[in-house]
Design a protein. Structure first.
Lengths: 254, 394
């Protein structure tokens, strides 16, 4: 069973006046089939955790460890992490002009699966996945993220999640900027992947809204660069009622 | 009189729209156009039209010391049936109709060539296969002149393919009869030491369509000067360019579209990628809309993708408008570094770095590659891009 283990993770980033520590000792274990929600106020380091796990060069790991099934993730390049089974659905997916969605998806699936998918079954697989996400087939011929609406970008991220079938999926504020209809479609996509029981999900969000559609097994409150409290789904209800005040008091990092 | 407006378009580029400005495309040149090399002083490098060009690397094309030598450059023309292919002397009446040499090297070429090639597609002849002109250098010096003429309503695709090692100065005239359609693909796939300076003159007939695709990869110095004028209303010109400038190479594309006739269109899109120490790309995009050219519609764009440190781009779009009665006129220029966020996004989907870079660069050129319309050239170009990128990734 696939397990992502994060132990005492410290991460810094270069800022104008020097180096700033963003993550200050994160401990978290995500097992296949589990869904963990990470909730926290802006600036608490949630997205830094997501991008550090994916290997973004902007972030420097100063101490701690991350392993996926015992393999050292921090030793892997960005693409190796993806091929090992980590997936990051990004909050702000990047435009890649001149590269069509269909070419991108196939190149990506070929890399992750280790061989080119058979053309006939692949076309069907993509078409069906797009239908489930209410995406127009013409979407496949557009350039990656170019001119996409906020909802289209997030659907495209979840489309990749469905096709790449990672062991651990990190969803970074996938709910932000979505209207209720789009949120429902995207959440259903995530739930289809969860229902296979083959993916561990790390759902990073500022709001409790998405948790009405995606039920977490564990909820963690993220504040000031570490997990401040962990609990079950009831913790989200408490946050809904009380907000983050009690976690940021005195420890706010602006 | 309106003042010239300066529109900043990026840190390494400059651009301006001049409305009836004092400094014009014509007045910025150090001498008026002429067929006689004696009318141009030897450039010293500070002239507007020479200031980006490394004169010392022109192997004497600019100062009269480059002497044409025998069989050093071979020109082979293959054309489908119905096309007339001729070689003519300096006294042929068809010479020099499409345009006049605008700088010293073009005038040197016009003053020095011994024989000119003339390719004629008779009126209403529609070709289904391209005409191919192979210019292959074997270390020689050549002054060339080539005319490609399409009669009324003729349609043709011409591929001019430059390979090997040469020092070449040339004028190429494209003459389009009424309603004719000409696509010219000029490929500069020279060996590393080649020097190539050429002026392209297109004269676009009434309701005719001219499409130029310039593809520059090779050479030590390549400096091309594509120019367009219109012989009647309703003409269209599309000027597309791709260049891949490597360490030490100087690739310069200087365009001038003169809207001298009402109701004509022009669209200029040039894109380049640069990599390596002292790779230098220059793009000058001049568009002149004369007072009588009402109903003009023009747009020009230059984009540069800088893949490594040490490369330099000079990109200067310039639009001069002498009438307000136009459909549209615009320009854009941008030069950017390789986007690390694009790379991260692709790699985060499992795609290895070298393949991710390839996707991004291919994507950058994609819209232009699709414009070529000659399959073997498109394939060769994509293969070239791969090879260039392999060299950069190591």
């Amino acid at each position: 069973m696939a397990t992502l283990e994060i132990r005492d993770l410290h991460v810094t980033v270069e800022v104008e006046n020097g180096t700033k520590e963003i993550l200050k000792g994160v401990d978290l274990t995500v097992k296949q089939g589990e869904t963990h929600a990470i909730m926290g106020p802006n600036g608490s380091g949630k997205s830094t955790l997501a991008y550090s796990l994916a290997g973004h060069p902007k972030y420097t790991i100063t101490s701690g460890s991350v392993t996926l099934d015992g393999e050292d993730v921090l030793e892997m390049s960005v693409d190796e992490r993806a091929r090992a089974g980590l997936f990051l659905a990004m909050q702000y997916p990047v435009e890649v002009p001149g590269v069509s969605v269909s070419n991108f998806l196939r190149t990506s699936a070929t890399a992750v699966r280790g061989e080119a998918p058979k053309l006939r079954t692949w076309v069907k697989e993509v078409r069906e996945a797009m239908e489930r996400l209410n995406m127009d087939p013409a979407f496949a011929e557009r350039n990656v993220n170019e001119g996409f609406s906020g909802g289209e970008k997030k659907r495209h991220e979840i489309l990749q999640l469905e096709l790449l079938k990672p062991k651990v999926a990190i969803l970074d504020e996938t709910d932000s900027g979505l209207d209720v209809d789009a949120l429902r479609v995207v959440s259903e996509g995530v739930n289809r992947v969860r229902e296979t029981g083959e993916v561990g999900t790390l759902l990073i969000t500022h709001y409790t809204r998405i948790l009405r559609y995606i039920k977490p097994d564990h909820v963690h409150v993220f504040a000031n660069g570490r997990i401040a409290e962990s609990g079950g789904a009831e913790l989200a209800d408490q946050l809904e009622a009380e907000g983050y005040d009690k976690y940021v008091k005195g420890g706010a990092s602006a | 009189m309106a003042e010239a407006q300066n529109i900043p378009v990026g840190s390494t580029t400059a651009g301006s729209i001049a409305v009836a400005a004092e400094s014009t495309v014509v007045s910025r040149m150090s001498a008026p156009p002429s067929f006689d090399v004696a009318d141009f002083p030897v450039p010293h490098g500070r002239e507007e039209e020479w200031r980006f060009t490394p004169l010392e690397r022109l192997r004497g094309l600019h100062d009269g010391t480059a002497v044409a030598a025998g069989e050093g450059v071979k020109v082979t023309v293959s054309a489908p049936d119905g096309v007339v292919v001729e070689t003519v002397g300096r006294d042929d009446a068809r010479l020099g109709r499409a345009g006049t040499p605008a700088d010293r090297v073009a005038a040197q070429a016009y003053s020095s060539f011994e024989q000119a090639g003339v390719v004629t597609v008779p009126k209403e002849t529609v070709l289904t296969e391209p005409i191919r002109i192979a210019v292959h250098g074997e270390g020689g010096v050549r002054y060339g002149h080539q005319i490609i003429e399409l009669g009324a309503f003729a349609e043709a695709v011409v591929v001019i393919d430059h390979t090997g090692d040469a020092v070449l100065a040339a004028n190429v005239d494209y003459i389009l009869g009424d309603g004719a359609k000409l696509t010219v693909v000029s490929v500069q796939d020279w060996d590393d030491k080649a020097v190539h300076v050429a002026q392209h003159n297109a004269l676009v007939g009434r309701d005719a369509s001219f499409k130029s695709v310039v593809v520059t990869f090779g050479g030590d110095v390549v400096r091309l000067n594509p120019r367009v004028e219109y012989a009647g209303p309703g003409g269209e010109a599309e000027l597309f360019g791709l260049y891949f400038t490597d360490a030490g190479q100087h690739q310069e594309h200087r365009l001038l579209v003169t809207h001298n006739t009402p109701h004509c269109k022009s669209n200029v899109v040039y894109k380049g990628a640069l990599q390596g120490e002292d790779a230098h790309a220059v793009w000058i995009g001049d568009v002149l809309i004369e007072a009588k050219a009402e109903g003009t519609d023009t747009y020009e764009m230059n984009r540069n993708l800088v893949l490594t440190d040490g490369a330099r781009v000079d990109s200067v779009p310039n639009l001069e408008i002498e009438t307000g009665e136009i459909v549209g006129a615009g320009h854009a220029s941008a030069t950017g570094r390789f986007d690390d966020e694009q790379l991260f996004y692709l790699m985060a989907r499992g795609i290895p770095e070298h393949e991710a870079r390839r996707l991004v660069v291919r994507g950058f050129f994609a819209e232009l590659v699709q414009q070529i319309g000659v399959e073997d050239i498109e394939e060769r170009l994509l293969a070239k891009i791969e090879t260039e990128l392999e060299a950069s990734v190591g």
